[in-house]
Structures are given as C-alpha cells and as structure tokens.
Design a protein around this ligand. Structure first.
Ligand code: ATP
Length: 236
C-alpha cells in the first residue's frame, strides 16, 4: 500500500498552462477517481507523476518522500506504475512478452513469480499467452495493459482511461478487476472521462477543469451532485 500527495503542481507546454496548481491526495488503500473533460489535464497529471513530463512548479510525495523530477525508472522502483491511455501494448509481441516487459526492472526469479500471480488474476491472458497482442480484443488488450503494469508489483497503480472504447459489459469486467487489485492491497488512482462506473467503485473523487481541481469529495457525493452529473455524467 502507498500514499501519494501532490502539492500545487503546475505544468506548462510552451505557452499553454496544462496544470495550474493541482493539490491531490491518494491515501493508502483508496481507489480515487479523477474526473475531467477532454483536455482538462488528466493525462498530463498522470505523466507528470511518472516523471514523463517535468513540472514547472509544485511537489509530488510518495510515502512522504519527494519524488518530483525523478526518473521514471526510479519512480517505478519506488512502487508507482502507470497503465497508459490507449493501452499501448506491442501488437507484434506475444502476450507473454508484453507482460515480461512490465517486469524489466525486476530479478528474473521475482518476474517469474509475478507472472504466476498475474496469470491467476487474468485467466484470459493465460489462455492467450502465446498469441500476439494485436489479435486480442480491446477488452483483452486492456487486461494485458493492466497485467503488464502489475508485473512491476506496484504499491500504487495509475490507470489512465481504462474503459476507453470498450463495450459496457467489458467495462464492467474492467472495474471488477480494479476492485480486485485494490483488495490485493494496491492503492489506485483512476482517470476517467466516463466517470459514472469508476465513481461507483471509488472512495473519493476529484474533478479537474482546465488544469484546476474544482471539486473534491466522497465518490458518492460527487456521483450524486446535480452539477457534476450535468457536466460529466450525461445528465440525470
Ligand atoms: P484527454 O482525455 O483528451 O486525454 P486530458 O484531460 O488527459 O484529455 P491532457 O492530454 O493532459 O488532457 O491535455 C491538457 C492540455 O494540454 C490540453 O489543452 C492539451 O491540448 C495540452 N497538451 C497536452 N499534451 C501536450 C503537448 N505534448 N504539447 C502541447 N500541449 C499539450
């Protein structure tokens, strides 16, 4: 389990202010949803947390230790891992090889053990083990992307739009999987544009609007807020 604290995070792309001073906290064992429209800055936040984008200002703490500006590799080693938007699996590589890439920082013996755990968690990946990732359905590719992230044995897992482009039944499976991951002791920060289902499985939520947090509350209260329903959840 793990604790993440973000203070006054600012990110600029040239003249564009993508994050304008974001404060956010993910406590040990929580599932947190970050809700926000297209272009609000959700992916920027995730990428900045992972050291892929450099912030102009602000601080990121993991378990009390400042990790702002560290290399991605170091951040992964400290236990924070991202499953990126659009899955980004390698279509020409087998399911096995895609999974093993998630463990590239780990010892061979640990990776082999983790592989057993991940295959138990995602039986579909065991069935498809030798197939190339490009032959999997969208839902299976999403499972693979999350499975690959789990191969690094994260304490905190960042999920960027895991339900994007998937059918409703598959989305349901993805959210069940996220709950199982949390029940295994992994803290989860989830970014979603279609937030209704992710709010249902979350403890708390933050709403991001053009680079600023405009609301934060229990997931239940965010889900029931008329204003937020109108703006983000497709009306009442
Ligand atoms: P989406 O759901 O569409 O991915 P998002 O909430 O994740 O949206 P970001 O992708 O973080 O939003 O983008 C935030 C803002 O920063 C947008 O105005 C976007 O156009 C801009 N932006 C993102 N990446 C870059 C970049 N590499 N260079 C310049 N501007 C960028």
């Amino acid at each position: 389990m793990s604790h993440l604290k973000i203070e006054q995070l600012k990110v600029n792309y040239g003249g564009i202010q993508a994050l304008k001073g974001v404060d956010l906290e993910v406590r040990e064992g929580e599932i947190i949803t970050l809700v926000g429209a297209n272009g609000a800055g959700k992916s920027t936040l995730m990428n900045t947390l992972m050291g892929l984008v450099r912030p102009a200002r602000g601080h990121i703490y993991l378990d009390g230790e400042e990790i702002t500006g560290l290399d991605t590799k170091k951040i992964v080693q400290k236990g924070m891992v991202l499953s990126p938007e659009g899955r980004q699996v390698f279509p020409e590589f087998s399911v096995k090889d895609n999974l093993m890439m998630g463990a590239y920082l780990r010892k061979e013996k640990d990776a082999a053990k983790e592989l057993d755990t991940v295959l138990q968690m995602f039986p579909i990946l065991k069935e498809r083990f030798s197939q190339t990732a490009g032959t999997l359905s969208g839902g299976e590719q999403q499972m693979l992307a999350v499975g690959r992230a789990m191969m690094a044995d994260p304490k905190i897992l960042l999920l960027d739009e895991p339900s994007l482009g998937l059918a409703p039944l598959v989305i349901k499976e993805i959210f069940q999987m996220i709950q199982r991951i949390r029940n295994m002791g992994v803290t989860v920060l989830l970014v979603e544009q279609n937030a209704r289902m992710s709010l249902k499985i979350s403890d708390r939520a933050y709403v991001l609007e053009t680079g600023l947090i405009v609301a934060s509350d229990t997931a239940e209260r965010i889900l029931n807020s008329e204003e937020i329903q109108k703006a983000y959840l497709g009306g009442l």
